[in-house]
Design a protein around this ligand. Sequence first.
Ligand code: SF4
Length: 221
Amino acid sequence: MGDPRAFLRVVRKKLPARPVEKRVHDCREVDEPFPELELRAQATRCMDCGVPFCHGGCPLRNLIPDWNALVAQGRTDAALGELLRTNNFPEVTSRVCPAPCEASCVLALDNALLGAVTIKAIERSIADVAMRELRPAPVKSRTGCRVVVVGSGPAGLAAAQELARRGHDVTVVEKDDRPRRAASLRNPRLQARKERVWICDLLRWKQKASSFEREFTPGSM
Ligand code: SF4
């Protein structure tokens, strides 16, 4: 944690929106990322509470104070490691989740004066690092067991990833013609970004699900 009193001088900010005159010409995301210094300042607002209610409010139990502290120090790559410990798809959750963590943040008790830590925007910034920098990292040893996961929705893909991390050979079967189609089509923001999101995910799955490539490859999408 940086300065435990930073929330008294740093005002909560939302992600800046792209100008309307630019947005009407494309389908890219509305929000722009925080500049580096603003991102770190927003992360510094986290007090690393003794009882972090944000953690309890998150369905995934994300280690929010831990990665807030790392982002505040400018160690976004280390924050990515912490985020991936509990979250299989931060590039998705940081865009579609309604952020109950922010509603649970201690600073949200006085929204008019302080306002919750911008947890969702910070998570998205960390996930964007994954989009740019995550590379396949093959598992060290394989168990020789083969597992088939039926369905490539968020639960199926998270299960496949976790099993593959443990060295099993995982095959994901899907009746649809594309992985995660249902999950992505429901959200127009993701629809606009599906190519990047999927490619990032494929990089991660390829490192862990050896037979995944036979089912879905970038060329088959
Ligand atoms: S509740 Fe808010 S201030 Fe406290 S640790 Fe969580 S994000 Fe930080």
